[in-house]
Design a protein around this ligand. Structure first.
Ligand code: AMP
Length: 250
């Protein structure tokens, strides 16, 4: 089984986001970037399938600027076999990312394609679902457990009422949820080994795809400022007074 994993470079989840002064987006200059956490989980799952001799090859794909190579190298250091970088300076919306990944699912004939359930920068949660639609492949989103059974996968998903298990025929698309696994740290020898693993580089134009953007980002605003804290209350009459002054509570 060949596994393709899509990894996105995003602002590190520990960084406090700064909005640009003109509200046109988020500051990314001199900001620490990392692999999208759900994509790390996707890479880990693919590597575990390889370690169990279920997957023969794990390929990672990332779409973005030259810097994205760093993210691909991190996945190679975790244990992926080779990388694909689709180079572009353009901001691409999820449908276009899905079209590009589809191109490589077909080129590589990947049996299982794993994506994160969402990228933590835009929180779109669209790409995996659109990819499955474009390919007309079955999909199992928000996976918390994946088991291979003959020509299918048994995928467990956490739903409101408990756990749901789906049987999904291969080839298919899986998107990862937080509890699927705990990604490993790359060891120093594996970081060194990753330096010599192959990354195939494609220019976006070479793929000849219709990638017109249909979404336009109009504005980005931060959350409303938090009000000041209330002084330590002396007793219940103090509390009632505070509540009385809060509109809509009493
Ligand atoms: P989204 O639909 O934008 O929330 O992203 C869902 C998933 O799609 C991510 O977790 C990645 O696996 C994949 N993805 C999104 N953007 C990219 C990108 N530029 N390069 C590679 N994979 C991506």
């Amino acid at each position: 089984m060949k596994v393709l994993v899509a990894v996105k470079r995003v602002i590190d989840y520990n960084v406090k986001i700064r909005i640009k002064q003109d509200n046109s987006g988020v500051e990314t200059d001199n900001v620490k970037m990392s692999m999208n956490p759900f994509d790390e989980i996707a890479v880990e799952e693919a590597i575990r399938l390889k370690e169990k001799n279920i997957a023969e090859e794990v390929i990672v794909i990332s779409i973005g600027t030259d810097n994205v190579q760093e993210t691909i190298r991190s996945a190679l250091a975790m244990g992926a076999d080779r990388g694909i970088l689709v180079k572009t300076e353009k901001e691409l919306e999820p449908l276009n990312i899905a079209k590009i990944i589809k191109y490589f699912v077909e080129k590589e004939k990947s049996d299982l394609t794993i994506l994160g359930k969402q990228a933590i920068d835009d929180d779109f949660n669209q790409t995996g679902q659109m990819l499955a639609g474009l390919l007309q492949y079955p999909q199992a989103t928000f996976a918390s457990k994946v088991i291979k059974e003959n020509g299918s996968l048994l995928v467990t998903r956490e739903v409101d009422g408990g756990l749901e298990t789906l049987k999904v025929k291969l080839p298919c698309i899986v998107t990862t949820d937080l509890r699927l696994n705990e990604p490993r740290y790359a060891s120093l020898p594996n970081i060194m080994k990753a330096k010599s693993k192959a990354i195939d580089i494609f220019q976006l134009q070479e793929l000849n795809l219709d990638l017109e953007n249909r979404l336009e980002l109009l504005e980005v605003k931060g959350p409303p400022e938090r009000g000041g804290t209330v002084k330590m209350l002396e007793g219940h009459s103090d509390l009632i007074n505070v509540l009385k002054n809060k509109e809509g509570i009493l």
